[in-house]
Design a protein around this ligand. Structure first.
Ligand code: GCU
Length: 332
């Protein structure tokens, strides 16, 4: 806690400093994320930096902080609110506690295809709808990145729902994830991304759930050797911007930062599929087995949750209907 407060203070102070060069001064723009430097999120961040600095390099310098070096996402969201960090790439699950609208993405089997998911998250109108509470939260989503599908991986093979019974799985934060694991008959252990490796190693949990990159980038495949394609969630990573920062930009500068967000999104998507193929190959070399399961069995088990979640959080209904429309469109 001390460490986090210390870094918050240091950031707040250094936000006041400018990088001087030949009498001119530049404003430092900090972009934080929790992935390694080969991850598509980082590639998106680099495209963001390049676009900003190409057009406004005389005024702004974008500094990228990968690997959660500024702190876990939940903590950095606080720094974003304060304005000492300007941009953060964060899973929607971590935004849920600030704005319930983002819990829409934690609903298991919300999307029936990756195509529908991608169409939904890249629709600027959807981003607009997810921004309605930004005055209150202190930040706004400005781009959405794909993070593929989330699947269970564990020390023992998960071939059917029966194999999940009584097991403990790390999930991302948020009550929807806990409800989902209960519906599957398993126990949820929410914790931050960076804590998962040692929790697996120390057998605090039996497994976790994520896309394939967690096996290789985070080395979870060293410990968990079975990855099952049950595809229970598709949660994007969102690039969120500090409102305090956005408000200080001139309309011309704002246009460049928006263009940079779009460039980041395009670069991230372009990198995604290749990264997954590469991660699978690497994971197989690590001894991980990829298991195809009967997705419908998993889906049917937790589908009753949809009605319950809509009842508990009626504000997500409009987005839920849009997601259903994206599913129908993709199935045409
Ligand atoms: C994915 C996602 C991250 C998220 C992580 C997690 O890697 O891209 O944003 O933090 O899952 O499970 O915590």
């Amino acid at each position: 806690m001390k460490k986090i407060l210390g870094s918050a203070v240091a950031l707040a102070l250094s936000a006041l400093l400018m990088t001087g060069c030949g009498g001119e001064s530049k404003q430092v723009v900090r972009l934080s994320h929790s992935q390694i430097e080969t991850h598509p999120d980082h590639i998106g961040a680099v495209a963001f930096k390049d676009t900003v600095e190409k057009k406004l390099g005389d005024k702004f310098e974008v500094q990228i902080f990968p690997n959660a070096t500024l702190g876990a996402n939940e903590k950095v969201l606080e720094l974003i609110k304060q304005g000492s960090v300007q941009y953060l790439v964060v899973s929607t699950a971590n935004v849920e506690s600030f704005d319930k609208l983002f819990s829409i993405f934690s609903i298991p089997y919300l999307f029936t295809s990756e195509e529908a998911f991608e169409k939904f998250i890249t629709d600027p109108e959807i981003l607009g709808k997810l921004s309605v509470n930004s005055e209150k939260t202190g930040f706004a989503p400005v781009a959405a990145f794909t993070a593929g599908t989330r699947n269970f991986y564990s020390k023992t093979p998960i071939k059917s729902v029966a194999d999940l019974q009584g097991k403990k799985f790390r999930v991302q934060a948020g009550p929807v994830n806990v409800a989902m694991m209960q519906a599957f008959g398993a126990a949820a252990t929410p914790m931050s991304f960076g804590e998962v490796y040692s929790a697996l190693q120390q057998s605090v949990i039996d497994g976790a759930e994520n896309n394939e990159l967690a096996l290789t980038d985070q080395k979870h495949g060293e410990i968990t050797k079975y990855f099952s394609y049950d595809m229970h969630q598709m949660c994007p990573d969102v690039l969120v911007a500090s409102n305090a920062f956005l408000k200080k930009l001139s309309p011309e500068e704002r246009a460049v930062f928006d263009e940079a967000a779009k460039a980041a999104q395009e670069a991230e998507f372009a990198a995604w599929k290749g990264s997954i193929a590469e991660a699978k190959e690497k994971a197989i070399a690590m001894g991980v087995q990829f298991i195809e399961v009967d997705v419908n069995e998993f889906r049917n088990k937790v589908l009753p949750l949809h009605e319950q979640l809509l009842k508990d959080t009626p504000e997500i209904k409009a987005l839920y209907d849009e997601a259903s429309a994206a599913n129908a469109e993709a199935n045409k």
